[in-house]
Each structure stands twice: as C-alpha cells, then as structure tokens.
Design a protein around this ligand. Structure first.
Ligand code: CO8
Length: 258
C-alpha cells in the first residue's frame, strides 16, 4: 500500500517506516497518524516482516503534533474526535517489536511516539522534549506518564514545566534511549539490532514484549508471577527445545516460531 506521509521499505524481514512530511518536520497530522496506524497494522500480518524500525529524517524524527491542524480546534472537537486515541491504541497493540531510530527533533507527540516504541536508538543529533507548555497545553499521548517512568519525576517534571530539550547524551544517561550512535550510522545500527531480533523466535519476542511491558502495568509480585507463568509456558514450544538443543549441540538454533 502506498502512503503519502510515510515511506516503507522491507528487506530481510525488517521494515523501515520513515515519517515523511519534510515541509513540517514530520509533524503528526491526522493523515500521518492514520497512515502510520494502518501501516503498522499491516506489518503485524505481513509474514515478510519480523521487526519494524520507525524513523524520520536527519533533521526531525517528528517535531510534535501538527500545531496548525490543532490551533483552531475546540474542546468539543478534540473530545469528540478523541484525537489520536485510536491510532496510538493501534501502535501499542503491535506484538512485533518496533524500534524507534531518532535523529534530530523528537518533540511533543514526536517524543511520545518514540516512547511508544519498544526501545529508542538515538543519533548523536537527537533532541527530545515536551514543549507543549509553550503552547498552553500539556502532552496528550503519554508524555506525562511515559517520560516520568523513563527518566524519573524530577527530570520529567522539569522538561514538561520548562519545555527544555534533552540532547542525546543526556537521554542515554537518563534511560530514555538504549544507546547513542553517530547520526550517519543510525539506520545501519538500528537495522543491525532489528536483524538480531529477527533471527530469534518470533513467538518468544512477543512474549518478551508482553512481559517487559507488564512491568509498567502491575505490582512487582504480580509481574513476577506473570513472568514465571510465561517462562513455564515457553517450555510447551518447539523453539524452547530447539534453542536449548542447539546450545547443547554447539550449533546455531533454527527457530520455527512454534
Ligand atoms: N506542527 C506544525 N508545523 C511544524 C511543527 C509542528 N509541530 N514543527 C515545525 N513545523 C513547521 C514550521 O512551522 C515550519 O514550517 P514553514 O516552513 O511553513 O514555516 C517548518 O516546520 C520548519 O520549522 P522551523 O522553521 O520552525 O524550523 P527550526 O529549525 O527553526 O525550528 C523547531 C525547529 C525547534 C522544532 C520548531 O519548528 C518548533 O519549535 N516546532 C514546534 C515544536 C512543538 O511545539 N511541538 C509540540 C507540538 S504539540 C504536541 O505535540 C502535542 C502532542 C499531543 C497531541 C495529541 C492529543 C491527544
């Protein structure tokens, strides 16, 4: 399917989905969010795709929700539309891993979109921020909740209250991104990580996602119980037998996602 606001390439089981609204620094408008939700839904059922990389341009991952599109909306408009709610639900429902590869600005909804992915690899040019306060609004697709869980209350509160940006080095130090790479190597590094994941059992990667994400939604004891149960359950799979037998036989495993 062709999209106007996205470029999609699929190679070696890795999809690279590139936000493509250069005229507005990839600001998230209704069309882009709808196309992105549709695209990620189609990746879920595409046998050629095992991992998705979500990225933007050298200058911007995404500079936030589209301000020009939002400016004249009323409370009734945004409440009735439930702006971006269905689209973000779709992104969060994805069971295949999604890596955010961020260069340049990831601001407002852009930072929130990156945080919805499973992990973030940042170029050394990346800048993260929640500058909604400058517009007289607050974050609306997870920024107050997710940034706080990633970087802690003090830093999250400061960023939301002042609107200041965080550079890549600070983002790595604070746990927002998994690592920082030179901008020129961003896609190469994200693709290498994606290919490493694509070699694993797809079934197990889905379980990993569920178990790690569960840690945000429940108590420690419930999370540990969930982890133990899925650990037990994986012994019912062929991939557990294959993975362990391959280790014992000193060979590479051939996972079959079963
Ligand atoms: N929306 C619309 N257009 C944008 C946006 C945006 N968020 N960001 C940049 N653009 C446009 C600019 O208007 C400009 O267009 P034009 O060339 O036609 O004037 C073009 O992109 C290039 O931008 P600049 O000339 O401003 O580029 P600079 O390099 O000078 O500055 C910045 C880059 C610092 C990123 C600057 O563009 C900026 O501050 N952008 C706005 C950042 C921002 O405030 N983001 C938060 C938006 S609100 C939000 O994300 C809420 C999320 C929750 C929504 C969901 C609700 C449920």
């Amino acid at each position: 399917m062709a999209y106007e606001t996205l470029n999609v390439e699929i190679e070696d089981h890795v999809a690279i989905v590139r936000l493509n609204r250069p005229e507005a620094l990839n600001a998230l408008n209704a069309q882009l969010m709808s196309e992105l939700a549709d695209c990620l839904r189609s990746m879920e059922v595409n046998d050629k795709v095992r991992v998705t990389i979500l990225t933007g341009s050298e200058k911007a991952f995404a500079a936030g929700a589209d301000i020009t599109e939002m400016a004249e909306k009323s409370f009734v408009d945004v409440f009735t539309e439930d702006l971006f709610s269905a689209e973000t639900d779709q992104i969060l429902r994805c069971r295949k891993p999604i890596i955010a590869a961020v260069a340049g600005y990831a601001l407002g909804g852009g930072c929130e979109l990156a945080m919805m992915c499973d992990f973030i690899i940042a170029a050394d040019t990346a800048k993260f921020g929640q500058p909604e306060i400058n517009l007289g609004i607050v974050a609306g697709i997870g920024g107050t909740q997710r940034l706080t869980r990633f970087v802690g209350k003090s830093k999250a509160m400061e960023m939301h209250l002042t609107g200041r940006f965080m550079d890549a080095e600070e983002a790595e130090r604070s746990g927002l991104v998994s690592r920082v790479v030179p901008a020129k190597r961003l896609i190469e590094e994200a693709t290498a990580a994606a290919q490493k994941i694509a070699e694993k059992s797809a079934l197990t990667t889905m379980v990993v996602k569920e178990a790690v994400n569960r840690s945000y939604e429940t108590t420690l004891s419930e999370g540990l119980l969930f982890e133990r149960r899925v650990f037990h359950a994986l012994f019912a799979t062929e991939d557990q037998k294959e993975g362990m037998n391959a280790f014992v036989e000193k060979r590479e495993p051939q996972f079959r996602d079963k």
